[in-house]
Design a protein around this ligand. Sequence first.
Ligand SMILES: [Zn+2]
Length: 670
Amino acid sequence: MKKDIESRIEKLRARIRGHDRLYYVENAPQVSDQEYDRLLKRLKALEDVHPEFITPDSPTQRVGGEPAAEFKQARHIVPMLSMDNTYSAEEMKEFDERVRKNLKGASFEYITELKIDGVSVSLLYENGKFIRGATRGDGINGDDISNNLKTIRSIPLEFQGDAAGIPRLIEVRGEAYMTKEGFEAINKKKESLGEEPFANPRNACAGSLKLLDPRLVAKRHLDIFIWGTGHIEGLKLKAHLEVLQYLKSAGFRTNPDSKLCRDIDEVIEYCGSWRERRGKLEYAIDGIVIKVNDLAQRDALGVTTKSPRWMMAYKYPAEKALTELEDIIVQVGRTGTITPVAILKPVHLSGTTVSRASLHNFDEIKRLGVKIGDKVYVEKSGEIIPKVLSAAKEKRTGGERAFHIPAKCPACGSKLAAGPDEVAIRCENAGCPAQIKEKTLHFASRDAMDIEGLGDAIVDQLVDKAFIKDYGDVYYLEFERVKGLERMAEKSAQNLIGAIAKSKENDLNRLVYALGIRHVGERAAWLLAENFNSIARLSDASLEEITAIEGIGPVIARSVCSFFRNHENLKIIKKLKSAGVKMAASGASPSASGRLLGKTFVLTGVLKSFTRGDAEELIRRLGGRPSSSVSKNTDFVVAGEGPGSKLDKARELGVRIIDEEDFKKMVGGL
Ligand SMILES: [Zn+2]
């Protein structure tokens, strides 16, 4: 019987892994998303009943685990070296001459690869199973970010069957990256929270991989291209191209654009061919990597103290363009912040046409000293965001005019105010249509209430027609009105109404995030939902109670309190409630025996008889709620061996502390 279940679980996992590979690696899915979800749910259900069969490489274990306090160090078996780079074809020829000389006239080939603007990582597999993933770090030691890397679905947790031989031990190396689309989305979100945006996708990717909570990493839409190996035991490969082919057959995602080149001229041609085209890729590249293909020849060439002699990076210089600053307009953000935007005469830059650039804030205009009508230099930082670098003041004709900060909001005409503690200028009219639009878009966005179909064009019309006066009105939209909007077919109107209805059942953390409380990002929303369990309790919470939550600082806490003191906001919440939006956490499943019903537990330290995940699962099954941080609402803190600061916090707040034995008794001597 047990054997049967185990083999059923294994078969399901194999099917899911196969589909993962088809979807994430081969880009050729064979089943619908629903069918895939059904398989995953079935596996999850089986594992819930038989937790003894859960293995770390199960597809259900990609996103999970507690947020880490810090990362452990991981030592690379073979160091991850950096590489020399150049911006000139001349230096590439010099590199070629050195290789030629050192190989004493033997014939050789190069392999060229796109240099993805991401973060190098090393994945360690033992007998074909993923056991650790780490950042490059200083090349010798990196951070162990295994749990974060596991959230990248194209990283196989186990080698695929058709690989020719599985090595006993192998370091697989690649570049984790964020797509341009993901990068723009995250920066938009950061800006709406009043945070500094990431400068480029590499920083965004690095920042994401260093998040301590894997659940958040999973939402950052990261991916990876594998470009090589470090240490290998029990497998012999002769050339780089063979390495890539082998890794591809083992289920890894390699970049399709690498190319074997006979000589340096072909390499230089390849570099040139990507100069323009790279703008159209869905990820950013900052150059081309050139490697000698034959591995024995690489060994013969060796390494200098810091970089291999068989490898070189050709980097594209950042492209600049001169164009005209036609105008400076201002935009109103979700919280009323006014930001200036440069309107440019369209100009071709790094593969795309640029006609707008953010100017960040009014100080930036002052710093640049630009005037409307100026000729300005623009550059794409990280090859994505257009940026005004400077004005070509020598080209002025006298017809340029200075920009003045507007006194009134461009959307509603209200007088603008500068906050006492900030440089930003804001529109403080709660009924400002520009803010209502932004708030509604945020409310409906993918990481908030995830209402598909409620995009820019639709929200613009709904607000302009006054069908939406605040985001609470979303739930009172009538089919006939939606159908009557421009560019809205009957079918899409139906879908939108359906998506709105479905969103009522969302988890509490999504709702908390969707409310658009200033400074409350996804992580803070999670913590608030976990600790207060319902909007009612959250809105009653005192500043002290909110500040007591680990991970919530005073700025966020003050912002939450003032949000729930605001009459307008409470009115919207009432609307949401009356519409039937779920206002509390799901809590225990109805089948729970209820022994721990309604009790909140925080685990700290190491338990002898349970893993963290098992203990949490047990608490949930018995109707209780595991939480990651101690607050006044915590009922018990279970202290294992080597407890952390949560124990001090529990003492401070007078929360009851129990040890593992007490906990075992409580759960019924399991
Ligand atoms: Zn306004």
